[in-house]
Design a protein around this ligand. Structure first.
Ligand SMILES: Cc1cc2nc3c(=O)[nH]c(=O)nc-3n(C[C@H](O)[C@H](O)[C@H](O)COP(=O)(O)OP(=O)(O)OC[C@H]3O[C@@H](n4cnc5c(N)ncnc54)[C@H](O)[C@@H]3O)c2cc1C
Ligand SMILES: Cc1cc2nc3c(=O)[nH]c(=O)nc-3n(C[C@H](O)[C@H](O)[C@H](O)COP(=O)(O)O)c2cc1C
Length: 737
């Protein structure tokens, strides 16, 4: 819901808000420019009476003298019935020159206030300000939810470039934008007189006694007022002998007898006026130029939001699978909710939807995060969900349990988990969902079931059980949709580890026919690699399987190669295929971004830890370390003679400063050990690096990662820290399998 509220007005208002923000940002510089252009008024140097006297000497008939919020003093006059305005030197009252308002600033001000469209434009600008309030608040709430609460708002932001820019700009600009948007709404409401601004307050009229007017410089009530306190002094009409001087200060309006200089009446500003003036100042920064600049800078974030927000929305729309003949939630008898990260579970949901629809059911499919407060026609719910991370929810189900908590629904339900038995928490999220539903009293349609590695056979068996519960046969013949892949050709391979029963290969692929020798036209018009960075994943479909296996990338797309390191698993389908692949052999692969596993941009030390094939992304980070950020590599293998992966490349990185220190541990060498043993030996050095804010990145097998986190926890404990705390602040990243 929060996301819908955030993205819908965001998309509609993106252009409007961007226009208001850009014009606002330009106008925000104005108070600072005026402030520096205007000679400054120094407290106690000149009275209003003296200034008015000096002005009077230069103009026959004065309408008023105004001191603007930025400090400049302007006299408006009629000379021979010709109106004009001059800038006065506040120290002497002497005319500096005529006031020449910039046509550009006037144009931008009109564009900002009414989009040059009169009343309709003012309404649109007001709605733009309202949209900005909604966007800022919902955006802040979403960011807080994503960062694990309001206290997490200062933590490093994860995600792809679009998401990081969107959230980063939001974090920096939130206070300024909220202030601008709220004050903008207020000003808009006052301009339509829906809120009083005090300008229509009745002013008590007092008449002077008449008689000959004294010189303005001699009027006692004006002599008592310092120029620093002046806002406006309106002169009496020459033709009306009883008309008075009207002096406006921050406190209120005083009427002064033009003949005697006596103060006849004082009317303080109403609360409405005071509030209006304060809000006007907060919105424009007039009279507070540093605030103006700050608001302007915040406003510049709005176009960044508009562009990155539209990109995020489009990406999300595009990646959402289409379901043919999907019924609306309000009309469906069967609701299927899907929890998925990599989209394969959507494929199973589509097969289930088609089979149930064919059997005459009215079926609605939606992400788990879209759990509605009510489904008027529903008689059952089917939940299909994957598990991610370390037994947690996939992206499209991240808010499901919280929603369920607030929900009053209760439908017969069947939960089907999708996972991988090689993860220790097999289908844990599906189990958590099943438990939460049972606790809320949802009756089970059939018992929870779990599917390993997207097995179509297990899915068909589950379909049979569901069919029995529904009272009719249900044949679920699922054929996994192949993700769009690119053909890649093996151009180089280096084999290691055969002597120590750990066959591992570094494999380099290119697009077929790519490389230096090709004509330019061919290179320009042929397929190119999608963008990726070291640490992202390549998904590879082994022959005879529709389930991809993932390998961490040691290269980036800029290098024009796809380089991975593959450890051959006993009986392993894909790793076996890759380890036997001859030069020139082809694979079908696709890129899967892994933005959560990237070094942060800080200049603090980097501690890279891995074992076996886990070195691949770490090697990629080192190759890209052109800024020579301090980098320490801890890596474990079996034997220095047989499986010292990337030995030469690491030596080159050491020599040119991209790698600061290499600590290799070999389990089958004399006095050998595992990588975690090396960490423990180096305890003091690591503690010093961690004190300096080092970031740790771990890649490789699950057992190694467990041993490493235990060793690091022991080093962190005396500092009152833990790997858990470092993980929460993005300083401990894992890519384990
Ligand atoms: C994010 C991520 C990054 C990864 N990065 C890398 C990397 O950089 N390098 C790397 O080498 N690997 C990496 N992997 C692991 C890789 O994706 C594969 O899982 C690995 O190569 C094994 O795949 P396989 O097809 O060879 O084995 P599979 O055929 O999938 O089998 C895996 C193991 O299970 C056993 N097995 C298979 N079927 C059964 C069964 N029915 N019953 C019992 N046992 C069975 C096999 O004998 C084998 O030991 C990564 C994994 C992930 C998730
Ligand atoms: C990075 C990663 C982490 C995973 N973590 C788990 C896990 O903790 N438990 C589990 O059972 N499966 C885990 N899996 C396996 C997925 O749940 C499984 O492949 C699922 O079918 C993916 O469905 P999806 O493509 O719809 O997201 C993980 C997969 C990946 C790539």
């Amino acid at each position: 819901m929060l996301r819908q509220i955030h993205s819908l007005p965001g998309l509609i208002a993106a252009l409007l808000v961007a226009m208001l923000a850009l014009t606002g940002a330009i106008l925000s510089v104005q108070p600072a420019l005026e402030r520096f252009a205007a000679p400054s008024v120094v407290m106690g140097t000149i009275s209003v009476a003296a200034l008015a006297e000096a002005a009077r000497a230069q103009h026959a008939e004065i309408d008023k003298i105004t001191k603007t919020a930025s400090g400049s003093v302007v006299v408006s006059y009629f000379d021979n019935d010709k109106a004009g305005a001059d800038l006065l030197d506040p120290a002497t009252g002497r005319v500096i020159g005529p006031v020449a308002p910039s046509a550009t600033i006037r144009f931008i001000t009109n564009l900002h206030r009414s989009l040059l469209l009169g009343t309709a434009g003012r309404v649109a600008a007001g709605l733009g300000a309202l949209a900005m309030v909604v966007l800022t608040i919902t955006g802040a709430m979403m960011l807080a939810a994503r960062m694990g609460g309001w206290t997490g708002l200062l933590k490093p932001i994860r995600g792809n470039a679009r998401q990081r820019w969107h959230a980063q700009a939001g974090r920096l600009a939130i206070v300024g934008l909220l202030l601008t948007a709220l004050t903008g709404c207020f000003l808009s409401l006052t301009s339509f007189e829906l809120i009083p601004d005090g300008s229509a307050d009745p002013v008590a009229t007092a008449s002077g006694r008449g008689g000959e007017r004294a010189s303005v410089g001699s009027l006692a009530a004006l002599k008592a007022i310092d120029l620093a306190d002046l806002r406006e002094l309106a002169f009496p009409y020459a033709a009306d002998p009883t008309d008075t001087f009207r002096l406006t200060t921050a406190a209120g309006v005083t009427q002064i007898d033009a003949a005697t200089g006596e103060a006849l009446s004082f009317q303080p500003h109403s609360t409405a006026r005071q509030i209006y003036e304060m809000i006007y100042m907060l919105h424009t920064g007039q009279g507070l130029w540093p605030l103006g600049l700050l608001l302007g800078l915040s406003a510049l974030a709005a176009p960044i939001f508009a562009v990155t927000g539209a990109m995020i929305w489009w990406q999300r729309r595009r990646s959402r699978p289409r379901i043919a003949d999907n019924r609306p939630a309000s009309a469906a008898g069967t609701i299927i909710l899907v929890g998925s990260e990599g989209n394969s579970t959507w494929g199973f949901a589509r097969t289930l939807h088609a089979a149930l629809t064919q059997a005459g059911h009215k079926v609605h499919v939606a992400p788990m995060n879209a759990l509605a407060p009510a489904y008027p026609k529903a008689v059952r719910m089917l939940i299909l969900t994957a598990t991610y991370g370390d037994g947690t929810a996939p992206a499209s189900a991240s808010g499901f349990l919280a929603r369920l908590d607030r929900s009053a629904l209760k439908l017969p339900v069947a939960v089907l988990g999708f996972g991988d038995r090689s993860f220790p928490r097999f289908c844990r999220f599906a189990e958590d969902v099943g438990t939460a539903l049972a606790e809320k009293g949802w009756p089970a349609l059939i018992e929870i079931d779990r599917i390993d590695r997207q097995s179509a056979q297990s899915f068909a068996l589950w379909g049979e059980r569901l069919g029995i519960a529904l009272g009719h046969a249900l044949a679920l013949a699922h054929v996994a949709e192949r993700p769009p892949t690119t053909a890649l050709e093996l151009v180089k391979r280096v084999d290691y580890g055969a002597d120590v029963q750990a066959p591992t290969a570094i494999l380099t692929f290119r697009l077929p026919g790519a490389g230096a020798g090709r004509p330019l036209w061919e290179r320009l018009f042929s397929a190119s690699l999608p963008p990726f960075e070291a640490g992202d994943l390549v998904g590879i479909l082994p022959p005879g399987s529709t389930v991809p296996r993932y390998y961490s990338l040691a290269s980036s797309a800029r290098e024009g190669i796809v380089e991975i390191c593959v450890r051959k698993q006993p009986g392993g389908l894909c790793s076996g295929f890759l380890n036997d692949l001859p030069l020139g052999g082809r694979i079908d692969g696709f890129i899967k971004a892994n933005p959560a596993f990237r070094p942060n941009a800080k200049a603090t030390p980097l501690i890279l830890i891995g074992a076996g094939a886990g070195i691949a992304p770490l090697m990629g980070f080192l190759r890209a370390n052109r800024s020579h950020r301090e980098a320490h590599l801890y890596w474990g293998g079996r034997s220095p003679q047989s499986d010292f992966l990337y030995r030469e490349d690491l030596a080159i990185c050491m020599a040119d400063g991209r790698l600061t220190a290499l600590n290799a541990a070999f389990s089958r060498a004399p006095h050998g050990g595992y990588v975690q043993d090396r960490l423990t030996t180096d305890e003091q050095h690591l503690a010093a690096l961690l004190q300096r804010g080092a970031q740790i990145m771990v890649c490789g097998g699950r057992d190694m990662a467990g041993g490493v986190s235990q060793a690091i926890d022991a080093i962190l404990a005396p500092m009152g820290l833990s790997t858990f705390a470092l993980k929460a602040s993005g300083l401990y990243l894992e890519d384990v399998y």
